[in-house]
Design a protein around this ligand. Structure first.
Ligand SMILES: Cc1cc2nc3c(=O)[nH]c(=O)nc-3n(C[C@H](O)[C@H](O)[C@H](O)COP(=O)(O)O)c2cc1C
Length: 136
């Protein structure tokens, strides 16, 4: 997918869902899957319904366009970019969503997250695991 040496951008941010807005996470995921596949954007979205942590990876222009849309989305606020950098290779080769449902065991969810984060850099892994641990 990335054979033409277009610079790849990796952007990681956190945000909070807007109170009083009902957040339909599966709908966001479906929308994202469709758009991101068309734009060559991959990554990971994590949500517990109250907070979001997302990593976007892809050609710099595509990541910029995607993030510009996401930034304007009234369903979340207090967006904080944790890092934004050029990468050589994607750490999340396919677009994935991780969400811990009410009935899921914490251990199973943690194991799934760790698997997803296997190839991630220390800073990305630290951000995800820190946020998830903070929930407990
Ligand atoms: C936390 C969060 C993450 C999102 N992630 C993506 C994404 O990765 N890709 C995407 O296209 N839209 C994403 N969206 C939705 C966009 O903000 C926007 O609503 C959507 O891209 C518009 O799509 P449309 O032009 O097909 O209507 C996200 C929204 C939220 C609240």
């Amino acid at each position: 997918m990335d054979t033409d040496h277009t610079p790849l951008r990796q952007l990681l941010y956190v945000s909070s869902s807007t109170p009083s807005v009902v957040i339909d996470v599966p709908r966001i995921v479906a929308q994202s899957r469709q758009n991101n596949a068309l734009d060559g954007v991959t990554g990971l979205l994590w949500s517990d319904g109250k907070r979001f942590l997302q990593v976007l990876e892809g050609p710099a222009d595509s990541v910029s366009a995607t993030f510009a849309r996401i930034r304007r989305d009234p369903r979340h606020r207090a967006i904080v970019i944790l890092h934004d950098r050029e990468i050589e290779t994607r750490q999340f080769g396919s677009w994935t969503m991780a969400q811990r449902g009410a009935g899921d065991s914490g251990d199973a969810f943690d194991a799934q997250m760790r698997r997803l984060l296997d190839n991630a850099s220390d800073s990305v892994r630290g951000s995800f695991l820190g946020l998830i641990a903070a929930r407990a």
